[in-house]
Each structure stands twice: as C-alpha cells, then as structure tokens.
Design a binder for this molecule. Sequence first.
Ligand code: ADP
Ligand code: MG
Ligand code: ZN
Length: 195
Amino acid sequence: MFHEPHIQTEKPRGWIEIICGPMFSGKTEELLRRLRRAKIANQKMVIFKPSIDIRYGQNKIVSHDANYFPSLPVKHSSEILKNAGSAQLVAIDEVQFFDEDVVKVAEELAVNGKRVICAGLDMDYLGVPFGPMPQLLAVANYITKIQAICLVCGSPATHSFRIAASKDQVALGEKESYEARCRQCFNAGMKAKSA
Ligand code: ADP
Ligand code: MG
Ligand code: ZN
C-alpha cells in the first residue's frame, strides 16, 4: 500500500508518482483512492485525461468498478500546464496516450511544488512499452506497479491481451476486446494468433 510522503520544507516540494500495470489491474481505482484522501485533506486538485478516451464520457475518470471523479479532457500535454493553475495536486489518467512532452510537463509541475500522479498502461497490446511511459517511469519519484488476474490461469497478470482483431496501438475497448494475462499466457496467446 502506498503512503503519501511526509515532507517538511519551507517551500512546498513537488514530486511525481506513477501508477502502472496492465488493463484491469486497478490503476484508476488506486488513483481514485489517492484523490479521495487528498480531497478529505482539502487539497486543491485538477484531474486530466486524454480526450481520445471517451469510453465513459468526456468529463470523468471511471474505474472498472464504476467509481469516478470529475476530470478535464485535453488533447495535448501543453494543455495540462495551462490548466493546472494553483492546484496542489495534478492527476493524469491514461497518461500513456499523451505525447512525449508530458514528461517535461510532469517535471515542470513537480518543480513548481505540485504533487503529480500519473496512471497509465506500461505496455501496449504487443507487450511493448507504451508511449511516454518509459521516460515517465525514469523521472518518477515513486512508482507503483500493480497486476491484474490472468483470465487464463489465475496468476498475477502483467499484460493486456487483445482478443479483438485490430492492429492499431490505440484501440479503445473493454472486456470484449482485452483480457489481462500473465506473461506466459500472453506469449501463448500471441503465438496462437500468429500461427
Ligand atoms: P485499470 O484502470 O487498471 O484498467 P480499474 O481501476 O478501472 O483498472 O479496474 C480495476 C477493477 O477491474 C478490479 O477491481 C476488478 O473489479 C475489475 N477487473 C476486471 N477484470 C479483472 C481482472 N482480470 N483482474 C483483476 N480485476 C479485474
Ligand atoms: Mg484505468
Ligand atoms: Zn496466465
């Protein structure tokens, strides 16, 4: 379980937290948990998500458990900087969909004293690092990597296996298009697909 760092300095110090893992691993749930706690502490916060993610409507982040928090849809990472305002906490869900500049944006926010929490897929449906995630993980202060449950064998699942036929890196979908799998069952599935 992640505990918020306790930092005492005259000037508030910012930092970057990353929550990563495959689909259905509970990234959004964990993000919502941290946001609920910050809200109780009356922290000023703003929550962003990429505007291409319209699965549950534009203006909220929603977990597969149907919990949610209002959020601002943005296209480019520069809009995050513009809209962060005086927030003490800046959260970004589905951060893997953003451009590479999101790394600089997160760092700038942190340098300006903000707590930055990014949640996103570490790998795409081919098992390849997703978009800006490797760079974000490299500059993060805190990393939480979580797993789902493999739908084939029940082991901890690190991968998002695409059941649907699309070959685009970005293909929005839910249980009808993806399932969480462990590395072994993911590899077996990929082999079967290419056979
Ligand atoms: P993420 O943001 O990582 O995609 P969410 O936080 O939206 O995940 O949802 C996590 C929830 O998804 C779990 O608490 C559980 O209710 C549900 N779920 C569906 N499939 C799985 C799975 N294969 N393993 C674990 N949880 C699953
Ligand atoms: Mg999510
Ligand atoms: Zn498995």
